[in-house]
Design a protein around this ligand. Structure first.
Ligand code: S3P
Length: 171
């Protein structure tokens, strides 16, 4: 593995992961995509049919499966670091775990109108902010680096990550 991206919904993990993969000529594994492919359902369908606990178990199993693959960028789901066993995996990773941050306002702007996320559907800025605040310590506990993406383009985030990687290799 090259690095792991973590962060709340709308923080840019998928977009940045894809851009970074192009730039570094490596593969990106997006945990949400893996879950949907394995289950042959959308995230909404998995939540509606089996419930969140089932989703979290599949997410955990696929995290373990994909955690130590060579040369890949792993984009996690917004809830991945919440489970203690997942957090342990992330903390023990030998590659940088990078937390993408966005303010509740920016998160809201990025997610509004999106109906693919069962836990964010129809929430306003303060409701999103409240969930994010509740999760904040779980995210930071797993992260080696934090990037605030509020005023950065995905390309600028990629540039910062490239710098992190260059220094990580030297260290
Ligand atoms: C979730 C985040 C989503 C997805 C699911 C639950 C969460 O991933 O895994 O809807 O609990 O924060 P993204 O962060 O990629 O949207």
């Amino acid at each position: 593995m090259k690095l792991v991206l973590i962060g709340f919904m709308g923080s840019g993990k998928t977009t940045v992961g894809q851009l970074l993969a192009q730039k570094l000529e490596s593969e990106v594994i997006d945990l949400d995509v893996e879950i949907c492919q394995q289950e042959e359902k959308s995230i909404n369908e998995i939540f509606a049919t089996h419930g969140e606990q089932y989703f979290r178990q599949v997410e955990h199993d696929l995290l373990v499966t994909n955690m130590n693959k060579d040369n890949v960028i792993l984009a996690t789901g917004g809830g991945t670091p919440l489970r203690e066993d997942n957090a342990r995996q992330l903390m023990n990773a030998s590659v940088p775990v990078i937390l993408l941050q966005a303010s509740p306002e920016v998160t809201y702007q990025r997610l509004k109108g999106d109906s693919s996320r069962p836990l964010a559907k129809g929430l306003n800025v303060s409701e999103l902010g409240a969930i994010k605040a509740k999760r904040a310590s779980k995210y930071t506990a797993c992260a080696d680096f934090e990037i605030n993406t509020d005023h950065l383009s995905p390309q600028e985030v990629v540039t910062q990550i490239e710098e992190i990687l260059a220094n990580w290799q030297v260290a």
